[in-house]
Ligand binder design. Sequence first.
Ligand code: R5P
Length: 263
Amino acid sequence: MDWGMKNRLSQIIKPDTGRTVMLAVDHGYFLGPTSGLENAKKTVEPLLPYADSLMLTRGLLRTSVDEGTSVPIVLRVSGGNSILNDDLSNEEITTSIKEAIRLNVAAVALSIYVGSKYEHQTLMGLSNLINEAQEYGIPVLAVTAVGKEMVRDVRYLSLACRIAAELGAQVVKTYYCEDFEKVVSASPIPVVIAGGKKIPENDALKLAFNAVKRGAVGVDMGRNIFQSKYPVAMIKAVRAIVHDGISADKAVKMLRDLTKKKK
Ligand code: R5P
């Protein structure tokens, strides 16, 4: 791995802990004005001091993030579909590497849909993106999107993560599942988990704890942070799990203490 690639990766996965708290706000690329992100600038700003990176589209970056930010950017570069379409797997590359460089990003991200109708298209999209991105030392984060008809189990997620790694992605983002440690051990690259749909805060903290305990290098979490009633307290508690290694119970208590002060 060359210096630029390593340097960019270390902006995201912090060398002192080997872990990362990525904040995902890219949902609008197919979900439109997702609840909590209607005014993304307002939502994101207070969370930035606690995020190791921010994952979003170029449109949201240009319009909703201050150019002076020191938070590394993970640019979503795939899309071309919407929630109105039954098959979400019909994605392609939307954003060029030139644009990623112009925007000074730390990494680019795209979704792959293993087992879906457009599996081949999205896997070739990943391969082509990696070919281009590595010319410039830019890491690629592969997102293992799971079609409606797929089961988020250890067999499927191991398959999707391993394919992402074999095609050359530097990091893979997937979902937590039972026997998650097997997903991690089958993946020769760092694994981060998505939070998924909003669940109670305590459960989301347990999810983050279990994921890092079973080998994830961290989270790339969105809705369970920005849709929480207390987003800043939530990201602080997630950080404490990921970087300080506190237990899920301690994180729940931390969240309770932080939110009490707000009442
Ligand atoms: C898919 O919409 C995106 O890649 C999200 O960034 C990803 O699902 C993580 O966000 P959440 O924690 O809300 O699932």
